[in-house]
Design a protein around this ligand. Structure first.
Ligand SMILES: C[S@@+](CC[C@H](N)C(=O)[O-])C[C@H]1O[C@@H](n2cnc3c(N)ncnc32)[C@H](O)[C@@H]1O
Length: 275
């Protein structure tokens, strides 16, 4: 590591400390390499040439924090993302969930809600929606606001229709939305049992007991220590024999919490709590 690298790391650590102490957003245990890349990207977009000057701007100029937060969180998502994952839910998770009189589901890190609307459609098709309550949370306020609208550009509907069909969808995907002015407006009934809320996995605690927790493509941005803390949060929030779903590139296997779970589907990252 060169002296310049060391100084840059120090400046980044000071920036993260400042954001935490001044605003309460804690990125100190995010995976360093990708976080660094995103900080430098924001720095350049702000027209700055050092991380220290970004820190100064964040602390003293209104609006900079919001732009930095948007730059630090990756909100890429899609409906029926990884169609085989949704097929595995139909086949392997629903038989478990069907046994409960009420089903509480938590989408942790739901971004702009595509994952939640996908689950609402799936539950409706399987005749389970009326006994479901879906909690959809994210630390990004803008993403939650977008999720609440249930409006997406029509241009992505072709891709989502393909995903839906490959996931085992039972209807015509277009039955779930109305096309208007270049947008797809999703059916209000899909939102009926959904609670959208702000929640930060790093700093907020457990708020309910769930039968199914999905936290997909979020922990990939955390370091091992933070992943471990978030798995503990899920342990506190998951009912006995509840199901945990992670993203395709994430795994429980390297985590001490793995003893608490058995694999339902190793490839699709579906785990069931056993103790
Ligand atoms: C790549 S998106 C994943 C969206 C969706 N789960 C999916 O798989 O398509 C990651 C989301 O995690 C959220 N996120 C990152 N850190 C978080 C934290 N500490 N607490 C809650 N959400 C967080 C981001 O705001 C972003 O919306």
């Amino acid at each position: 590591m060169t002296v310049d690298d060391e100084l840059e790391r120090l400046e980044i650590e000071l920036l993260l400390e400042a954001i935490f102490r001044r605003f309460g957003f804690d990125f100190r245990d995010y995976a360093y390499t990708s976080l660094r890349r995103r900080i430098l990207h924001v720095m350049r977009k702000e027209g700055l040439d050092s991380v220290s000057s970004l820190q100064d701007k964040v602390l003293h100029q209104q609006g900079t924090l919001e732009r930095l937060l948007n730059g630090l969180t990756i909100s890429v998502t899609s409906m029926f993302r990884d169609p085989d994952f949704y097929a595995a839910i139909r086949e392997k998770v629903l038989p478990i969930l069907r046994t409960y009189p009420n089903i509480n589901i938590w989408h942790a890190g739901c971004a702009s809600g595509e994952e939640v609307y996908s689950m609402a459609i799936l539950m409706q098709e399987e005749g389970l929606y009326d006994k479901c309550r879906l909690y959809a949370t994210d630390m990004n306020e803008g993403a939650i606001k977008a999720a609440k609208t249930g409006i997406l550009p029509l241009t992505v509907m072709k891709e989502y229709t393909n995903n839906y069909l490959r996931s085992g969808g039972k209807s015509a995907f277009s039955d779930y939305y109305t096309a208007k002015h270049g947008n797809a407006i999703f059916d209000q009934t899909l939102r009926k049992n959904v609670v959208f809320a702000h929640h930060n996995l790093v700093t907020d605690s457990s708020f309910h007991e769930f039968h199914f927790i999905l936290c997909r493509n979020v922990m990939i941005y955390f370091n091992k220590a933070l992943q471990s803390r978030v798995f503990q949060l899920f342990n506190q929030s998951l009912s006995p024999f509840g199901v945990l779903a992670l993203g395709i590139r994430e795994s429980l296997l390297l985590n001490p919490e793995k003893e608490t779970y058995e694999e339902i589907d190793a490839l699709q990252r579906l785990y069931r709590r056993i103790s």
